[in-house]
Every structure is written in C-alpha cells, then in structure tokens.
Design a protein around this ligand. Structure first.
Ligand code: DGL
Length: 275
C-alpha cells in the first residue's frame, strides 16, 4: 500500500458516516489499531442518508470521501451501511487508497455465526432496498436464506438515547415480529446500520424471546476494524501511546450530547466543515 512505506505508516485512517453513528466503528477501530491516527467526518448537515435515493447517497458519499483523501488518508472506512450498500463501487473507483465498506464484513460475520444458514438483516430503507447484503451472502453461500427488513424508527431511538426502555422494546418487538414472520428459523441477525449497536441488548433480548432459542446478533463495527487491520498490514502505526482522533462535521448541533454516546468515551469536539 502507498509508495513510501515509512510515510504511509504515519498517514491517518479516514472514516466517514452520514452522522455520528459511524463513531461505533471508530470505537472498534481504536481498539484494533490503537496507534493509528484517525480522521472522522460526519455529514451531519445531510443526515439521514437512509431514506435518500441511491444517486443522492452516492453523490454525498463521494464528497465525504474526497474530504478524507485531501487529508492524505491511507485507507477509507465507510462507516455507514447505507453509503456502503449504495456507493461502494463508485467510492472504490474514485479512491487511490483501499476502501472498506460495512456490508462485506457484516455479511462475513453473519455467515461465520450462523449454524443453520438462516440469516436476517435489519437496516435503513436505503440499505435494505439495495439488496447489498443479499448479494454478498448469496455469493458466499448460495444455500443461505436471507430475510431483510427496513427499521427506520431505530435510528431516532438510538439518537434519543432510548436504548433500553419500554419504548425501545416495543419498537424492536414490532419490527422483529415482522422479520421472524418472514423466516421463523432465523438463528443470526445482522445489525446493518451504524446506529443499531447501541440497541444491541434490547434487540438481542427481543430476538431471543421471539425465536425461543439463542440468536447470534452481529454488527459490522468490529468486523470492519478487523478488515482495516488486515488492509493496513505492515503499514500499521505501531507508535507507543494512542493515536489522534480528529473529528469533522458538516453541522455541529447536538454533537456534544450525541457523539460520546456512540464513541463510548468523551470527545474533545468537532470542527465544522463545508463540503
Ligand atoms: N449511518 C446510517 C447507516 O448506517 C444510518 C443513519 C442514516 O440514515 O443516515 O445506514
């Protein structure tokens, strides 16, 4: 990767999302590659991507990626399932450095976890409508059965911090009942949205109750971090001490409140940028 390995090591890894949900991926990335500098961009002025057309998501995603490339990143992580599902080919074609999306790692984790090949995926409208998870899962295991459901109310629930109360349980139960009606044999569920890891406990509880057996619930965050470690390989920054995290956003309202919830630790602040 890169031409000059000594400088490449010191280049940051770029991560972008439509908003702050992608900080769940940054959290996993910092655990997997603690010495790396990370540049995070949240396109908070244009969030949500989940209900926009594929063309719009692609257009927005290309501007986000360019922002990161202009800052010399050695790798791009698309920490947004909607952008990954709708814009990965365009982003890969436009980037001189490797690009990792969320769908492939999430699908790989699901196939590793399932015992009977019955996998469910939940995500935004844009992710589910793209059929991206079905494409990857069927190409890897043609015998697998995939059920998919858009769950648009889960993003605002996670942002509101209503992640472990009666409302979260009711909403999760209503959605997951529909998913299990598609395939009562599901044994694995992919959280195909950056926001959903915050609701993992509730989703796991409700899914297990509906299935009447333990359900494996997987998300793409840690699988993406593993893929990033593989992609960086010997170009990893192995400095002593943690790398820098520089955060940028296209709108900064509510970020002080929202961002730490997704990152799991306090955050010094976002710099406002105009794409
Ligand atoms: N980041 C989006 C995703 O993972 C969820 C929020 C949005 O709709 O933009 O699909």
């Amino acid at each position: 990767m890169g031409q000059d390995r000594t400088t490449t090591k010191r280049h940051p890894i770029g991560v972008f999302d439509s908003g702050v949900g992608g900080l769940t991926v940054v959290r996993a990335l910092r655990a997997a590659l603690p010495g790396e500098d990370i540049i995070y961009l949240g396109d908070t002025a244009r969030v949500p991507y989940g209900n926009k057309s594929p063309r719009t998501v692609e257009r927005y995603s290309l501007t986000c990626q360019q922002f990161l490339l202009d800052r010399g990143v050695k790798l791009v992580l698309i920490a947004c399932n909607t952008a990954s599902a709708n814009a990965l080919p365009a982003l890969t074609a436009a980037s001189p450095v490797p690009v990792i999306g969320a769908v492939e790692p999430g699908a790989t984790s699901a196939l590793a976890a399932t015992r009977n090949g019955h996998v469910g995926v939940i995500g935004t409208l844009g992710t589910i409508r793209s059929g991206a998870y079905a494409t990857v899962i069927r190409s890897r295991n043609p015998a697998a059965t995939l059920s998919a459901l858009a769950c648009p109310l889960l993003v605002p629930l996670a942002e509101e911090g209503w992640i472990d109360d009666d409302v979260a349980v009711l909403v999760a139960r209503r959605y997951l009942t529909q998913l299990f009606a598609q395939d009562p044999e599901l044994d694995t569920l992919v959280l195909g949205c950056t926001h959903y890891p915050l609701l993992k406990d509730v989703i796991t509880r409700v899914a297990t109750e509906l299935a009447g057996k333990p359900i494996s619930v997987v998300d793409s965050a840690s699988a993406m971090a593993d893929a990033a470690r593989d992609a960086v390989g010997s170009d990893a920054n192995r400095r002593n001490g943690p790398g820098r995290l520089d955060c940028f956003a296209t709108d900064t309202s509510r970020l002080d409140e929202l961002a730490p919830r997704f990152l799991g630790e306090p955050l010094t602040g976002f710099e406002l940028v105009d794409l």
